[in-house]
Structure formats: structure tokens, C-alpha cells
Write a new protein. Structure first.
Lengths: 298, 335, 405
């Protein structure tokens, strides 16, 4: 019995590690969509780009210097990529989600293929920095040290992003833009700038998540699509454009993907989308969504 | 969501554009007839691989047309439509293997199971819109694919249903690529005609009304949820027919046929073609299949790169999809 | 009435057919032009379609397979039998959706005489009727489903690789007599190959008196985090774990098995793909001590293999994998068969393959066709560090095994 309890405890812990990582990944997707109605399907490719940068800098010879350098370079690359995507979607602002999805998916396919050409098609891994490389015992369980650190870093990052969006003037501007773009524009704020800034920071968080997630997920062709779908599920469960929703959605999916699979191993293959369908059947606009999903066009 | 309807709608503005022009319509009919003639005679002068590629295009085009009824006409962008396409394919394959491959049994089985699967899942989806509809259908599609992977005794699991016998007409098996092509062509035309007629009918006009402003339609007394549900089931049935045609052509069904990639490619074909114009979806489908099946094997693994570039080029170069080209020419200027 | 209608319909169809068959067939003839012909008289060209993944998750295997094929040709003067060889490469992709059209393209558009390759089992099963209709031969150089050369056998599909259960059954027999017989946990991805591996393992293990105390199927291609399942293994009280993973899943599984502290208490065994090829260096020290069974290891101490490894390493800077050997051996058997074959059509080549006997100069050791799939030695291998590099050291030759029935 205690073995079963222990197994459950590890799963809960692990659910938090995955959950916080998912939040860092998904928040950018959620805000960009909420603000500008841009469904950025290149978000997963950004994550993968970050992961490959991690393998290039860290590889099998881990050091703190290399790991931090990878984070810094990924952050800069993310900012640049976000800016570029913002520019690319600008001409499409008056067009449908589907056109934007087509564009960003095209970009995602091109980026993923270029990454494969540069880094090869073998699955690669990133070693955790020294000191976090091993496992430690807590409460009689062996647990990888890096994931504990990930929970810490993820929680702090999540808190910062959450506070910025929910408690600061900048955040108020962002939320106002989510709620009513035109109104913000009449106040004399260029919402193209707001959009570009959110796009850039959201992309930065995605590439950073790629490096941070590297020691767990590695880097490989196809990871971009897997991660994108997870992020979409998180965003939709939480509700579009809501930081709180993204956080809650990420933590739920983190638990569903770990504790859920541990408790219902026979249904493991069905559980993620089952949870998504359940939430959307009960609350069609997501847990914290505004009226996005139900209010008709115009 | 605000912008969704305004823009996908372009070629067929609400209420149908029937009275706008008589001449283009006659030209359209003429072009259509010419295309049908070319498609019908193609096997006589094309090599088998080219014929088969053309057949594959027809199958995928019918699937895309059924999706366009949802996306372009009704404003319901689905990422799970491959689930019904695949359900129809599995049904046709299973019936051919275990009961009979005699026409029209596999085709009817495909249509029935496609519609049934859509009927069983549609009541959940039609309550939502936009991205939520997209994600809900994605969840359903992924779940259906998982069922296909898991239900080994019926679906053959990950290896799929193989060794499916050729479809038979009055006892004669369709083995030759040319015969298969004609068989698929006939039902492609029938399916296309059905969807086209629905889109042109008063019912179709109501669907476009729902797409553009659902509360207004509801206020006018239309049972909008019922309309959407009926359309969802119809689209599922037509997708099921396309699935049965897929089986007649490749005599194989695997979980990949109802997976995310298939659904996404179909949606892309619709967008590339210009959502709402049914023939545009066919052109989009042709583009996707030619790149994936005919050129893909020779691109040294860079098929997706080419596809990605095509998507980007289409978005900037053809703002209304391929269908927008015709509109452009007809009006002299594009707004 | 009904009968009358039927007759007219049939007659109509016949008419339609007569009008159509001729041109269609002639178009077919014109597109084939390049290959064929040749005959056993010697000389001439044989056109080979090498269909391997160049994109998608299996692309890394495709690279190895292409290298193996090219190395064989290079070492043999670009010849198979007396034919000079022309190779057309096509991208199999990930699924039958891309794999089947690729095979169809090389057969119908490029007019190849023999197809070699195919990683995905569903693709190998799905092209059976294409090959039957064009009467050409396919040599499957990877796909491991039993049905390909078993229940769904067709005379034109042969295999130079392995069957999923062949490899895991050897491990089952071995573990049953290694002191773990009372408690082994089995885990594999939730798809057809995973099921075949686990079934083959369990059957052999139980025949040897073993008991599988727990089993899990992980979502295929959608599991990056094995912790929930690893906890299940820990809670089960297993004394050893048997698993089947490959590619990126193999890397994460082996690493997490160590990270979550299982490796020290519950030794890990697996089907050889777990530590084969390019996944091993990525697993790092976490893989040390993992034992697997496979039909090949680059550490095999035979003169043939040493030459092979040296030649491969000189060219590509890394040791060859079993995937490279499988296409290399496809070249080998075709070379033998084409010396005696009366033609290049599927029937002639298949008949010649039946007579090739024992392949005594393969890097994997001597093997022969039993039916249409190899009877070959399965080796017990253990991951060790030699001169700072991780290798699959050969522990024991578990003997010649056929495709299990």
C-alpha cells in the first residue's frame, strides 16, 4: 500500500514539474491569441529551436556556463523570432484565424525542417547542469534533482509572469488589449507595438522553455508538434488570453499526464484528450475564458 | 472569432451570390464540363502512377469538399474531420474483408458509419465555435485514432487493415488503375454535386447566415443548433464516402488515415483553395496530394519544407485562396 | 427483370472495359521501359528502388539503411550478380500514407525491378497487392511484423531483418533461466509491434517457467515522461524489467529508469533496439549494464564483421547499426540470387532466393532463409564502456532462431 502511495506522491510532484514547464510554454500562445486573435502554430517550433540551441551549447558535457549561455542565446533568439512573426502576421491582421494558422503552420514546417537539416535527424539529449545531474532522495523516494529545480524555477517564472500580467500597468494594458483592442487604440496606444512586445516575450518564454525542458524532453524531429498540441490543450482548457487560466490549465494537464496515467494506466492513451473534451463539454469557453468561445462574430 | 467569418466567407457572401453574374456562371459550367471530360479521359493517356495520383486527388478532394461544407459554408473549422473519413474507410474495409466487396455495400457502409460517428460526436461539438470547435474536434479526432490503434480485433491495430479485396461491380473486381479511377470519379462527382446542391439551397443560405451572425439567425427563428448538427452529420457521411473510395483505391486503411496530419492537410487544402468555394477545396487538395505523394518521395525527405513554403506563399500571394483568383479576374480588381 | 438489368450492366461494363484496357495497358508499358528485359543471360542493368524514411521520426534509420546499401554496392563494383545496378531512392516517410505512394512511384513511374527497404510494418503489409500486381520482388530490410512473412505472406515479399517476437523470445528463454523467473515486469509502447514483442517474450518466458507479474502499455509516440509507469514497476515488486523501445523513447526511458532510481535495484533488459545505433551515446552512462538481445552487434568478433565495421567507420565516422547490416545483407542475398535467377521479375528472383542457402559472409554471422525471413543467431549483449565509448558488448550467442510460429 505504501508503495502505491509513494508512486502517487512522485506522480504529483512530477505533475508540478511538467505543469510549470507547460505554463512557461503556453502563456505566450495564450496571450498572443487572446490579444490579437493570432493562432500561432509556430509556437512548438520555437520550443524545439530552444531545445536544439540547448543541445548545441550543452550537449553531453554539462557546465553551468554552457547552460546559462544556452538560456541567454535562446532568449535573444526567441525575442527576434517573436518580432519576426509579429511582422509577418501584421499584413494578415484583417484576415481570418485560418489564414494566420496557415501562415504560422507553414513557418513551423519550414523552421522544423531547417532545424533537422542543421542538427540532423537523431534524437538528442541535454544533460542537466552539474549538481542537478543526479537524483536525490526525498521522503524515501528517488527523484531527479533537475526536476525539483524545474519546479522551483517554473514556479518563480510563473509567479512573475502572472504578477506582471495581473498586477502591473503593463499587464493592465495587455489585459485591456485582450478585452477590447479598439478601445485601447483610441486611448492613443499603438496596439501593434503591444502586440509585437507580447509576441516577442511570449516567443522568448517558448524558446527558454525549450532549453529548460531539454533535460526532460531532449530535442528531436516531431517534438515541435507534440509540444504544440500540449500547449494548445492547456490554453484551451484554461481559457484564451487569461494568465490565470493558462496557469491552472498547465497544472491540470501536468497532473493529468502524470498522476492520471499512473492511476489509469490502461487508459493512458486516451486520457489527455478525454480531459480536454470533458472540460469543453462542461465549460465550452474554457475554465477562465471570457466570452471568446460563445459570442458570435462581430 | 470576430474576424473569422468576415474573411473565410469571401467568395460566397451571405445569401449566395447567385444573381450577380450570368456570364461567369456559363463560363463556370463550361470549365466544369471541360474538367470532367479531362478527368474522365485521363486514364486513356496517363501512365498508371499518374492515374493513381489523380485518383488519390479525387478521394482527398471529396474529403476536403465535405470539410469545406463545415468550414467555409457553416463557419465550423474542424481538425477532427479525418475521424469520420477514417471511420468510413475502416467500415468499407472491414465490410469488404468480412462480408462482401460487392458494390454498393462498402460504399454504403462507409457513408453510414461516417455519418453515424459524426452523429454520435456532433452534439458535443456544435455548441462551440471557432478555436474551441477546432480543439474539441481535434480531441475527438485523436480519440477516434486511438480507438483505431487499440481495437486490434476489428481495426488491425497500428498495422491497419491490409489485404482488402478490390471493390466488385456485378461480380467483376476493379483491379485496373483506370477502372478504379472511373469508379472513384463517378462517386466524387455525385458527392461533390450533393454538397454543391446543399450549399446552393435555402438550407445552405441559412448555414451561411449562421456563419455570419448566429444570434440574428436564431432571433429570426432558425433552429441554428439543429442546422449545424444536421450539417455536421451530412459532412461526416460525405467524408465516409470519401473514406470508402480511399479503400477502393489503396486497399489499405491504417490509423494514419484518421490522424491529425490527415485532418490538418484537409483543412489546409480548404484554406488554400479559399474556404467556402467548393471547387477551390479540390484545387487545394490536388496541391497537397501532388506535393506529398507524387513529388514527396523524390524530394530527399524535404517534402515538408516545400509544403511549408507553399503555405507561406499562398497566404501572401493568394489572399482569398485559389478561388480568389477567379473573383479577381471577374471583378477586374480585388476590392 | 432484375436479371436482365444485371446482364446489360455487365455487358456495358465489359464494353467500357474493352475500350479502356488497351490504352491503359499500353500506357503502363510505356512507363516501364527502363528496367525489365535483362534476363538471366547476364549483363544488363538491374534497377533497384531503395524506399527508406528520409523524413519523419524514422529518418535516422533511413540514413543507416541507405549507407549499408551503398557500402555493399561500393565494395562489389556496383554490381548484383552480373547486372550493373542503378538505385532510385524514395522517401518512405513515417506512415503508409507516404510509404505506399513511394513504393508505387518506384514501381510504376521509375520502373524498378526490385524494391528494397521499408521501415514501417504497416507499409510493408500495405504494399503486398502492389507488388503482386506488378509481379516485382520486395526485400524488407527492417519492418518486423510477423504477418509480413507469416499470416499475410505473399510470394514476392522477403525479409533480411528480423521479426519482433524472434528477438524478444530469445530474451524470454534467457531470463527464465537466469534467476528472475518469479517476477518480471514487461513494458512496451501501445501499438502493434509493442504487442508482438511482449507476446513473444511472455510466451517464451512462461514456457521456461517464468512469471510476468505486471505489464504496461505506454502511449506510442506521445510519452516523453515515463515516471507514472516507472512508479508502477517499482510498486509491483518486480525483480527485473523487460522493455521494448526505440528512437527517442529508448533514450528517455533508459535515462529516466536511472534517474528515478530503478536501475540500481531492478535490472533492465530489453529488445536490442533499446541501445542500438545512435541512441546509445545519447543515453550516456544511464545505459551501462542494460542487457538486450538482437541479431547483430558491431562488437561481434568475426573477421567479416571487423572488416565491415572498419569500412563503415572509415566512411561515416561512426559504428554501423543493425539497420545498416540489414540493407547490406539485402545486397548480399540479391547478389547471390541474381547470379542464378532466370529473370528480374518477382517469380524468378523469388525462386532464386529460395536457393541461396546459408549466407556465410554476413557481418551478423551465418544465417539462412527459413521461409521468407531469416533464421539467425540472436546475441545477448550488455552495454559496457570500452575506451570511453559505450558499446553493446557480446555476452553470449543464444543460438540460431527462426521466426516464432
Amino acid at each position: 500500500m505504501s508503495a502505491v502511495l509513494e508512486a502517487g506522491l512522485v506522480s504529483v510532484l512530477n505533475g508540478f514539474a511538467i505543469g510549470f514547464l507547460l505554463f512557461i510554454l503556453a502563456i505566450g500562445l495564450s496571450l498572443v491569441f487572446g490579444m490579437m486573435d493570432v493562432l500561432n502554430l509556430a509556437h512548438g517550433a520555437l520550443f524545439l529551436g530552444g531545445a536544439y540551441l540547448g543541445t548545441a551549447f550543452v550537449g553531453a558535457r554539462p557546465s553551468w556556463g554552457a547552460f546559462l549561455a544556452a538560456l541567454a542565446v535562446a532568449a535573444v533568439a526567441g525575442l527576434a523570432a517573436g518580432g519576426a512573426l509579429s511582422l509577418m502576421t501584421e499584413p494578415l491582421r484583417k484576415r481570418s484565424h485560418l489564414d494566420q494558422a496557415l501562415l504560422t503552420l507553414g513557418v513551423a514546417l519550414v523552421v522544423a525542417e531547417l532545424l533537422t537539416i542543421v542538427f540532423g535527424d537523431d534524437p538528442l539529449t541535454i544533460a542537466a547542469p552539474p549538481g542537478l545531474n543526479g537524483s536525490i532522495g526525498i521522503l524515501g523516494i528517488t527523484y531527479p534533482a533537475y526536476r525539483l529545480a524545474l519546479i522551483g524555477v517554473g514556479a518563480v517564472l510563473a509567479l512573475v509572469v502572472y504578477l506582471v500580467v495581473d498586477r502591473t500597468r503593463v499587464g493592465a494594458l495587455i489585459r485591456a488589449t485582450v478585452a477590447d483592442r479598439e478601445m485601447v487604440a483610441t486611448l492613443g496606444v499603438d496596439n501593434r507595438l503591444v502586440k509585437a512586445a507580447v509576441f516577442a516575450v511570449g516567443s522568448l518564454l517558448a524558446t527558454t522553455a525549450g532549453v529548460l525542458g531539454g533535460p526532460v524532453y531532449g530535442a528531436r524531429p516531431g517534438l515541435d508538434a507534440a509540444v504544440l498540441i500540449l500547449a494548445l490543450v492547456v490554453v484551451v482548457i484554461g481559457g484564451l488570453g487569461s494568465a490565470r487560466g493558462a496557469l491552472v490549465g498547465a497544472l491540470i494537464i501536468g497532473q493529468v499526464d502524470t498522476l492520471g496515467r499512473a492511476l489509469l494506466p490502461d487508459l493512458a492513451s486516451f486520457i489527455l484528450f478525454g480531459a480536454l473534451a470533458l472540460v469543453l463539454v462542461l465549460r465550452p469557453q474554457g475554465l477562465f475564458g471570457g466570452a471568446h468561445g460563445t459570442v458570435p462574430a462581430r | 472569432m470576430r474576424t473569422l467569418s468576415a474573411l473565410t466567407a469571401a467568395p460566397t457572401r451571405s445569401g449566395g451570390s447567385a444573381p450577380t453574374a450570368r456570364r461567369p456562371r456559363r463560363w463556370g459550367a463550361l470549365t466544369g464540363a471541360l474538367v470532367v471530360v479531362v478527368l474522365a479521359t485521363a486514364p486513356l493517356f496517363l501512365a498508371p502512377f499518374a492515374t493513381t495520383t489523380l485518383t488519390r486527388i479525387l478521394v482527398f478532394a471529396l474529403f476536403a469538399v465535405s470539410l469545406d461544407l463545415l468550414v467555409g459554408v457553416t463557419g465550423l473549422p474542424s481538425l477532427g474531420h479525418a475521424g469520420y473519413f477514417g471511420a468510413g474507410a475502416y467500415a468499407a474495409g472491414w465490410v469488404s474483408l468480412n462480408v462482401t466487396a460487392e458494390m454498393p455495400v462498402p460504399l454504403l457502409a462507409g457513408a453510414a458509419v461516417g455519418a453515424l460517428a459524426a452523429a454520435l460526436t456532433g452534439w458535443i461539438t456544435v455548441r462551440s465555435r471557432g478555436v474551441f470547435f477546432l480543439m474539441l474536434t481535434l480531441a475527438i479526432g485523436e480519440t477516434l485514432q486511438q480507438v483505431a490503434e487499440t481495437w486490434q480485433s476489428v481495426t488491425g491495430g497500428a498495422n491497419g487493415l491490409t489485404g482488402i479485396p478490390s471493390t466488385r461491380i456485378a461480380g467483376q473486381p476493379l483491379t485496373n488503375a483506370g477502372f478504379v479511377h472511373w469508379y472513384v470519379l463517378v462517386f466524387f462527382l455525385a458527392g461533390f454535386g450533393l454538397v454543391w446542391m446543399v450549399a446552393r439551397s435555402r438550407f445552405g443560405a441559412a448555414l451561411r447566415g449562421i456563419r455570419d451572425n448566429e444570434p440574428r439567425m436564431r432571433a429570426l427563428g432558425y433552429p441554428t443548433a439543429l442546422y449545424k448538427y444536421a450539417t455536421f452529420v451530412l459532412a461526416g457521411g460525405v467524408a465516409g464516402i470519401a473514406g470508402a473510395l480511399l479503400v477502393a483505391q489503396q486497399r489499405l486503411v491504417t490509423p494514419a488515415d484518421l490522424g491529425f496530419t490527415t485532418a490538418a492537410f484537409a483543412l489546409l487544402a480548404v484554406i488554400i483553395g479559399g474556404a467556402g468555394s467548393l471547387w477551390g477545396a479540390c484545387v487545394g487538395a490536388a496541391l497537397v496530394i501532388v506535393i506529398r505523394d507524387a513529388l514527396g518521395p523524390s524530394l530527399g525527405g524535404h517534402g515538408t519544407l516545400v509544403l511549408g513554403i507553399v503555405f507561406v506563399v499562398v497566404v501572401y500571394g493568394l489572399p482569398r485562396g485559389v478561388a480568389g483568383l477567379r473573383r479577381l479576374r471577374r471583378n477586374g480588381t480585388d476590392r | 427483370m432484375a436479371e436482365h438489368q444485371l446482364i446489360t450492366r455487365r455487358r456495358l461494363l465489359g464494353l467500357f472495359g474493352a475500350a479502356a484496357t488497351l490504352p491503359v495497358l499500353s500506357a503502363c508499358g510505356s512507363s516501364v521501359g527502363g528496367g525489365g528485359g535483362g534476363g538471366g543471360a547476364g549483363g544488363g542493368t538491374v534497377k533497384i528502388g531503395l524506399v527508406v524514411p528520409q523524413s519523419g521520426v524514422y529518418a535516422a534509420l533511413g540514413t543507416d539503411m541507405q549507407r549499408g546499401w551503398e557500402l555493399w554496392l561500393e565494395q562489389h563494383n556496383q554490381k548484383l550478380g552480373d547486372y550493373s545496378v542503378q538505385t532510385v531512392i524514395a522517401d518512405e516517410g513515417e506512415t503508409p500514407q507516404t510509404g505506399v505512394p513511394a513504393v508505387q512511384k518506384v514501381l510504376q513511374s521509375d520502373g524498378v525491378d526490385v524494391v528494397v527497404g521499408i521501415v514501417n510494418s504497416a507499409t510493408a503489409l500495405g504494399v503486398a497487392n502492389l507488388l503482386a500486381e506488378s509481379k516485382k520482388l520486395l526485400i524488407v530490410a527492417n519492418a518486423g511484423a510477423a504477418d509480413i512473412t507469416g499470416k499475410a505472406r505473399t510470394p514476392h515479399i522477403w525479409r533480411t531483418s528480423f521479426t519482433n517476437a524472434q528477438i524478444s523470445a530469445a530474451m524470454g528463454t534467457h531470463l527464465a533461466r537466469s534467476g528472475f523467473s518469479d517476477a518480471v515486469y514487461a513494458i512496451a509502447p501501445d501499438y502493434a509491434a509493442g504487442t508482438e514483442v511482449i507476446t513473444g517474450f511472455t510466451k517464451a518466458f512462461e514456457t521456461g517457467g517464468g512469471k510476468v507479474i505486471g505489464q504496461a502499455k505506454t502511449p506510442f509516440g506521445k510519452t516523453s515522461d515515463f515516471q507514472p509507469f516507472l512508479s508502477g514497476i517499482q510498486a509491483s515488486g518486480a525483480k527485473a524489467t523487460f522493455c521494448f523501445y526505440s528512437g527517442s523513447e529508448a533514450i528517455t526511458f533508459v535515462r529516466q529508469y536511472t534517474q528515478f532510481g530503478l536501475a540500481s535495484s531492478i535490472p533492465l533488459y530489453g529488445s536490442g533496439f533499446l541501445t542500438e545505433g545512435n541512441v546509445l551515446p545519447q543515453q550516456g552512462d544511464a545505459a551501462l549494464g542494460v542487457q538486450t538481445t538482437l541479431h547483430y552487434s558491431d562488437q561481434l568478433d568475426t573477421p567479416v564483421n571487423k572488416d565491415f565495421v572498419q569500412a563503415y567507420q572509415a566512411k561515416h565516422g561512426e559504428a554501423p547499426s543493425c539497420f545498416a547490416v540489414q540493407t547490406y545483407d539485402a545486397g548480399n542475398v540479391l547478389n547471390r540470387a541474381l547470379r542464378t535467377a532466370s529473370g528480374l521479375d518477382g517469380d524468378a528472383v523469388a525462386a532464386a532466393l529460395e536457393g541461396v542457402g546459408t549466407i556465410d559472409d554476413s557481418p551478423r554471422g551465418p544465417w539462412s532463409f527459413d521461409g521468407q525471413s531469416p533464421r539467425q543467431s540472436i546475441y545477448l549483449r550488455k552495454v559496457e564502456k570500452v575506451d570511453g565509448t559505450l558499446v553493446n558488448a557480446v555476452v553470449e550467442d543464444l543460438g540460431q532462431q527462426s521466426q516464432p510460429v
